[in-house]
Ligand binder design. Structure first.
Ligand SMILES: [Zn+2]
Length: 102
């Protein structure tokens, strides 16, 4: 499960998580679970053919830029979920990429 941060002063939540709240510059933050699905805000294809998506999550500010791992091109607004690697070490690379949620 992905983790975000939530400010206990203003209740804003962020992904990726911050050690402080960027809005009120308060360090009273806690980790929160991120919904299992996000939505593609935008995407691009690199010169080597890698497809990258910027994924936002309901209720959280910010998002994650990562690979898109499916056969067809993504569509802006489509629901996606992270595909995790079998072996995890607590890194952003524990996510192999994002794939269609359904
Ligand atoms: Zn705050």
């Amino acid at each position: 499960m992905l983790k975000g941060s939530r400010c206990t002063s203003c209740s804003r939540s962020y992904i990726p998580p911050f050690a402080f709240c960027p809005h009120c510059v308060d360090s009273k933050v806690e980790y929160v679970d991120v919904p299992g699905e996000g939505r593609v805000v935008t995407w691009t294809r690199t010169k080597d053919g890698t497809v990258l998506v910027f994924v936002a999550f309901d209720g959280l500010e910010g998002g994650i830029l990562h690979r898109y791992v499916a056969g067809s091109d993504p569509v802006e607004g489509m629901r996606v979920r992270p595909r995790f690697r079998a072996e995890r070490v607590g890194s952003i690379l524990d996510i192999e990429g994002f794939e269609p949620a359904r």
